[in-house]
Design a protein around this ligand. Sequence first.
Ligand code: SAM
Length: 393
Amino acid sequence: MTRLKHSRGTVRDAIVACLDSTQGGASVADIRRFVETRIGVVPTSSVRSYLRQHPNIFERTQHGRYQLRSEPVEAIDETANKSNDRMEPVLVWNQAALYREDCFDWMERREENSIHAVVTDPPYGLVEYTEIEQRKLRAGRGGVWRLPPSFDGHQRSPVPRFTILGEADFEHMRDFFERFGKGVSRVLVPGAHVFVASNPLGSHIVASGLAEAGLESRGMIFRLVMTMRGGDRPKNAHEEFSDVTVMPRSMAEPWLLFRKPLEGRVQDNLRKWGTGGLRRQSESRPFGDVIKSHPTRLAERRLAPHPSLKPQAFLRQLVRAALPLGTGVILDPFAGLGSPLAAANHLGYHSIGVELSSKYIEIAMMALPQLEAIKCPEPDTPGDLGAFDCRVC
Ligand SMILES: C[S@@+](CC[C@H](N)C(=O)[O-])C[C@H]1O[C@@H](n2cnc3c(N)ncnc32)[C@H](O)[C@@H]1O
């Protein structure tokens, strides 16, 4: 089926018209049929994306149908969209600028060929950062959040539960990353690298979306870290199948590595745009694809309480490698509390972050300078896989 390209506003307005004319909400299939009578063919996944990306307008009922919200919620994205500071950063700290906005809108406005690398940890379930799920996270109950087993007597922070994602969610995720890949390609200079945090269950979907958008795969970086995923015996049959593990115990976090196609050879691209390769760790040591790490330490999490915070020790290595000549601008379109920006500041790189949630932006204002100041040894000991631990954590 040929997909027509509709502007974001056209689809959203057609959905609003549909829900405005129904009582008790409508299913995604019904909404799609209505929308198609108005504006032509629209994939179900796109309708679902619009419904989920505007939790301040659309509400999911208990029966899995959607309806218009009767009252606007105190919505994170509302603040961003109505704010007069859309064009201006809400925070400038050293060489980092943070914008409060939907990154897709920001990337549409941004000048083409003006970003030299992306280092980002995107939302994965794609619903976990909606206001509804964030409320459930704060309440400590329900939603996509799962509390990992306590470890060494320490209660661990909630993490999103990916295993509840179904076929439709994966389709939605693929579309999301294709759209993201296209948006980001526009603003990247040729040869710019894109580092995307991923997980073993969804990395193939993210990779397919990014490749479909025209970015080329350059492999994966493995952050060696013991996560709490996998390693369990079959649920409710532990004793019967005591020698079985359902999924490998995850000991690495994969980061996808993509690149915008080069203009000419690597050397031509480096001369013209300053990108195309990765910065070596030292003269004798190239940047490697395995990095020893550790779960983000308590001291760092206290400074920057975000459910997905990555350690500075690790991020500094990625951010450093991302600019082969040490010059250019790094973008984190899903900035959270700005941990890659803090890493960039620490290294003296220019960086830009975009974050939808005003709550996270508020915390970032305090956290960014402190994360930047954390002391970590440099990864220059040959043979240690580039590991460097955080002294103050
Ligand atoms: C996995 S977290 C990133 C955490 C970050 N690396 C840190 O250390 O704080 C993803 C972030 O993306 C934000 N987000 C989700 N959708 C967004 C969008 N369309 N534009 C900008 N930010 C978005 C969420 O609010 C969330 O803070």
